[in-house]
Design a binder for this molecule. Sequence first.
Ligand SMILES: Nc1ncnc2c1ncn2[C@@H]1O[C@H](COP(=O)(O)OP(=O)(O)OP(=O)(O)O)[C@@H](O)[C@H]1O
Ligand SMILES: [Mg+2]
Length: 449
Amino acid sequence: MLLPVLNVDKAASDQGQYTKTIYNFLESIGINVSLFSLIILLLIAFLFKGAFVFLQKTLASYIRFSLIKDIRIDFCNKYKGMKYSYYTNTSIGYLNNIITTEIGRGVGALNRYTVVIGSLIFILIYITFAVIINYKMTFMVLFLSLLLFTLMRSLSRLSKKISLLVSETNAQVQSLLIQTIYNYKYIKATDSFTHIFKQLFAKINKNYIYQFKSVVLTSIPSSIIEPISVLFISGLVLYYVGFQGKTIAEIFVLVIFFYKAFSYIFRFQSDWQKFNASLGGLEVMSKASRILNNNVEKVGKRQIIAFNKAIELRNVNFSYGSKQVFFDVNLAIQKNKSIGIVGDSGAGKTTLFDIITGLLTPQSGKIFIDGIDCSKLELSSLRNIIGYVTQEPVIFNDTIANNISFWECKSQEGPCKKMIKDAAILANCDRFINEAEMGYETIIGDKGI
Ligand SMILES: Nc1ncnc2c1ncn2[C@@H]1O[C@H](COP(=O)(O)OP(=O)(O)OP(=O)(O)O)[C@@H](O)[C@H]1O
Ligand SMILES: [Mg+2]
């Protein structure tokens, strides 16, 4: 845009094709070409550019963050629907890392991709103007850029590889960290931090090395943009001034333009490299999505609202891989009967409950609830009528009332509060809760302390 302003005082024969085109355009729309009108035009153009940049950044952030939010929710739903057997074979850190870190990195990669496309558009605009100004020079710039791009390809590939290693070590760090925090009491009581931290710190260190390498690799193209551009421009000046005998003033505008054009073209390489460096997150995300889609729990359509008669197991055989745990088990549990399942450790007690709750599916045989085949049931309706006290307490960092009602009660008073109290009386803990300073509104930590 500065070109026509700088050329305003020059003779028409000296103005160059680009300046002439702008002047002709201004005259065709009835604007008199003068320094004042050109500066006003320049100001308007840059005001528009500023507004456009603001809109573009706001819109890009809106798309980015709403995409992160939607993908996070989508993954939470995928976790809800995945097979229990897939969950038991998958690291907690891996599942956690996808939602906390990789989705952000993955969307970052998409963001980078739009930057790459944006750079391409800028390059196209610059090339178009460059051809008008000096086509020979343009081809030279393009040739040099292609050469550099080819040289940098192996860097891009390395960035992509390291990006995957960053994702992998992110998951490993999170896995160990979650387990350390979860088992904190035991680790503290037995002073086992040294052993666990040796592992954890080794993973943190690996992660740090990969992250650092990744940044170093992306810094290479961005940091050599200027030196190479200056080298190119110096060559240009030498050619015109040294060989063709032109003055610096004559080629000044040309030099500035090609310097900018060359920087843009080369910045594309840097953006491409950054895109590759964030590809790990995108790959982890899409791979996890594919695997989760292949591991969706199969559920029937029939709803069950209440339990009326009996739970029955008929000729049930169950194996974990090659290890058979149930051999042709037949069992009927009638409503309102209290049954104790006794057996050695590893006999299969927990497996039995996992089969009844539909977490595990036997290889053969059937389970009936009130005479309905479990495989025909919509499993969440069955699980809704199951009360389950596990060995590990399931307590959330919230009030006792919310822990009992699972956030179902909107008001402190009324029938809902009575239901919570009735449940506590039935479980024999109403008196104990009332002894707490805030009663049912007492906050209990996520470890129930
Ligand atoms: N996810 C799994 N993968 C492979 N084998 C498993 C898995 N879960 C349990 N097992 C094996 O299946 C057998 C039955 O395990 P289960 O947990 O049902 O026993 P249990 O009777 O509940 O034992 P405990 O009294 O120790 O709780 C055990 O030998 C156990 O090692
Ligand atoms: Mg058990």
